[in-house]
Design a binder for this molecule. Structure first.
Ligand SMILES: Cc1cc2nc3c(=O)[nH]c(=O)nc-3n(C[C@H](O)[C@H](O)[C@H](O)COP(=O)(O)OP(=O)(O)OC[C@H]3O[C@@H](n4cnc5c(N)ncnc54)[C@H](O)[C@@H]3O)c2cc1C
Length: 407
């Protein structure tokens, strides 16, 4: 098996894939089209599966040290009534960790620092990727062509590699929602680590960071392309009657810190995550709506699985077949669950439906809610290592029990 790889895209998925490949002894080059390798998104929550994957990549400790455990919080109505309370300690007891909140820029920096110097090339847009001689792939970027044994397409939801490999696929679609996000300028006095508040056609949430600042997001049901002249003023207008600390979070954010994106997803599942020696990973393979906070966690699972199968299978072809067989059903099921969660959340606007949902949520015991969350957070931890019969046996055993519980 050859051992050179080119990763297209230096987002969370691409960097994680590069770390995994580097850990099993591959020579990796990450090509990123932007001139700086920085994720400018606001914050991110990492569930147990994402954190386990980061552990396997050797950066879990550093990420946990820089993140804040989301122990207290839950879902509320705009007037502040609690619909569910989630107990981070119960999650910790069940899967070893609460959900952790971290600024994206910090996570991105920690991933970049785990790669060898010179392996990341910025300002380098990949134009084409195609099979070269049997067993190699050619990547044309900027003015240069590179040959490698494997290409990892981690070029995000708008993946050019995906659209070239699957020209008949409809690509990403708008999810009828738009999201505005920001990070407070300084620490805020919060009584909970995280909250999600559902109104009719609108959602507001926050995640607290280790340094006392918080990330907030507002999701609105609006047509694609809707933009506001002054986004922060628009949010203050829409959310000023909502419960504390929502107005305070907006008041402690600078207008230029507000990001606004339409929420898109890959609604038509791909028939395969691999074509020849090209493998799709992260949002390029399974961009999902953010309603379960699982997009990056799934990209991290992809990255660890890819390294694990390349480290254990005898050929690249067999490894990629196994990657596809493991990752496609899992990530596509999570994407579908995220879409359904969106329908039950901010997108619900009929008053009767909202009342019914709220009543059902209030009556759901917290241990049942915790179990529903754990369904997506539970993930067998693959090992990024060269061939290991023990890991194979453990995987076979996990696979059988996962089927039993209906994953
Ligand atoms: C509002 C919101 C909140 C979210 N919250 C969470 C959360 O709490 N938890 C969670 O797990 N997930 C969350 N997600 C999902 C998560 O952000 C994504 O799933 C994840 O960032 C995808 O990473 P990626 O590396 O696959 O893609 P991206 O981050 O999109 O990275 C792709 C990279 O490829 C580069 N690129 C593209 N084309 C080329 C090219 N031709 N040549 C070179 N480079 C190229 C891009 O510049 C980019 O840097 C959220 C998403 C949204 C929208």
């Amino acid at each position: 098996m050859g051992n050179t790889a080119v990763v297209v895209g230096g987002g969370i998925g691409g960097l994680a894939a590069a770390i995994g490949l580097h850990r099993i002894g591959w020579e990796v080059t990450v090509l990123e089209r932007t001139s700086t390798l920085e994720d400018t998104g606001a914050g991110i929550s990492l569930a147990a599966n994402g954190l386990r994957a980061l552990d396997e990549l050797g950066v879990g400790g550093a990420v946990r040290d820089a993140a804040r455990g989301q122990y207290s919080g839950g879902t509320r109505t705009p007037r502040g009534r609690w619909l569910t309370r989630l107990d981070g300690s119960a999650l910790e007891k069940a899967v070893g960790t609460p959900i952790m909140g971290i600024p994206r820029a910090t996570l991105h920096r920690l991933l970049r620092e785990a790669l060898p110097a010179g392996s990341q090339v910025t300002g380098s847009e990949v134009a084409t990727v195609g099979q070269a001689d049997p067993g190699t792939v050619q990547v044309v970027h900027s003015t240069t062509a590179l040959e490698a044994d494997l290409v990892v397409a981690a070029d995000g939801i708008g993946s050019g590699v995906r659209s070239r490999l699957f020209p008949a696929h409809p690509g990403p679609v708008h999810s009828s929602s738009t999201v505005l996000r920001g990070i407070t300028e300084h620490a805020v006095d919060l009584r909970t680590d995280f909250e999600l508040t559902w109104g009719r056609g609108a959602e507001f949430g926050h995640i607290a960071f280790l340094d006392g600042r918080a990330e907030w997001h507002a999701v609105l049901s609006l047509p694609a392309g809707t933009r506001f002249a002054d986004p922060l003023a628009e949010l203050r207008r829409r959310f000023h009657t909502w419960h504390d600390p929502i107005p305070a979070l907006l008041d402690t954010t600078r207008p230029e810190a507000v990001l606004h994106h339409d929420v898109r997803e890959l609604r038509t599942p791909l028939p395969s995550y691999t074509v020849g020696r090209i493998v799709l990973l992260g949002d390029a393979a399974h961009a999902m709506t953010p309603h379960l906070g699982q997009g990056a966690c799934q990209a991290l699972e992809d990255a660890v699985t890819l390294a694990a199968v390349l480290g254990t299978e005898p050929t690249v072809e067999e490894a990629l077949a196994r990657y596809d067989a493991e990752r496609r059903p899992r990530s596509q099921a999570v994407a579908q669950a995220a879409r359904q969660a969106g329908r039950m959340g901010q997108r619900l606007s009929h008053p009767v439906a909202v009342t019914l949902r709220n009543t059902a949520m209030r009556l759901t015991p917290s241990r049942v809610a915790t179990r529903m969350i754990l369904r997506h957070h539970a993930w067998y931890r693959r090992r990024c290592e060269r061939h290991s019969p023990a890991a194979d046996r453990a995987y076979a055993c996990w696979s059988a029990s996962a089927q039993e519980v209906g994953w």
